[in-house]
Design a protein around this ligand. Structure first.
Ligand SMILES: C[S@@+](CC[C@H](N)C(=O)[O-])C[C@H]1O[C@@H](n2cnc3c(N)ncnc32)[C@H](O)[C@@H]1O
Length: 268
């Protein structure tokens, strides 16, 4: 089967995504805590199934206004279903490049999404329009080239990981976006641009090490089939990477450090 356009590599697979659903502001977007207070208006761009967005709305309360947007119809349907009767929050299908509204927000947040965009500067410029004067833009994103495992993961997982980065790069996605954000935000004229390291460290002594370090088996399970279809790895290599990496977690794996930065600026 022919592969879809390269920009479709950003499309989330339809399968239930446990990685997205276990996130909250506290465990996955802590950089936002300093802003969140009752009554704040927040736009969450690339909200996925809305787990972090719900957590934001719990803090902005019934007098706040929280809008989550994502291009995936499936994820927006899940987000609407999962939100229950939490007040002050809505979800809309929308794209960060083109999303339009007359509303302006105290805080625009975009977590782990620019890594999937071939024109992050265009996306940031559109986000900037949606921030109120004096409001903030808060981006959280990866440098996938700087992940650290202790000890090194099995060769089969390294092969999968390198193929994943190549597959992303070939679609125009910036594997090192975290380290390019402050430059982009300065160019756009944000003031007071700040960088906060938000590395995610999982250690064997953590009770949830098996779950958090399994991130890459989950990527191989969810995204891996797209790499197989595009010819970057074989199905056997994908399955071997999952099995070997799960064994690494169960036996010798000590730690994994995912490199994430929060980069934030204020709109003049
Ligand atoms: C890794 S998920 C991050 C979800 C959530 N922000 C989080 O941190 O858990 C990336 C999200 O970006 C969305 N996405 C991809 N392309 C996008 C675009 N052009 N505009 C907005 N969101 C996009 C995907 O649908 C997916 O939900």
């Amino acid at each position: 089967m022919a592969e879809q356009p390269l920009s479709n590599r950003a499309t989330m697979p339809k399968a239930y995504n446990p990685v997205l659903e276990r996130r909250t502001v506290e465990n996955a977007n802590r950089n936002l805590l300093k802003y969140l207070k009752p009554g704040l208006s927040v736009l969450d761009m690339g909200c996925g199934s809305g787990a972090i967005t719900r957590s934001i709305a719990e803090k902005t309360g019934p007098t706040g206004r929280v809008l989550g947007i994502d291009p995936s119809e499936t994820l927006i349907a899940q987000a609407r279903q999962n939100v229950g009767d939490l007040p002050g929050i809505t979800f809309e299908q929308g794209d960060v490049y083109t999303f339009e509204t007359t509303e302006r927000f105290d805080l625009v947040t975009c977590a782990r999404t620019l890594q999937w965009l071939a024109q992050p500067e265009t996306a940031l410029a559109n986000m900037q329009r949606l921030v109120k004067p004096g409001g903030h833009l808060a981006i959280l994103d990866y440098n996938h080239e700087k992940i650290l495992w202790e000890p090194a993961p099995p060769a089969s997982m390294q092969t999968f990981y390198n193929a994943f980065l190549q597959w992303r790069q070939d679609a125009g996605f910036d594997n090192a976006i975290a380290d390019h954000l402050s430059g982009l935000m300065h160019q756009l004229g944000f003031s007071d641009v700040r960088i906060e390291p938000r590395f995610e460290l999982s250690k064997r002594s953590d009770t949830d090490f098996a779950q958090t370090s399994r991130l890459w088996s989950e990527v191989a399970e969810l995204r891996g089939p797209q790499l197989v279809q595009a010819g970057y790895i074989t199905e056997d290599q994908r399955l071997e990477a999952i099995a070997d990496y799960d064994n690494w977690i169960a036996t010798v794996g000590e730690s994994m450090t995912v490199y994430l930065l929060a980069v934030e600026g204020q709109q003049l």
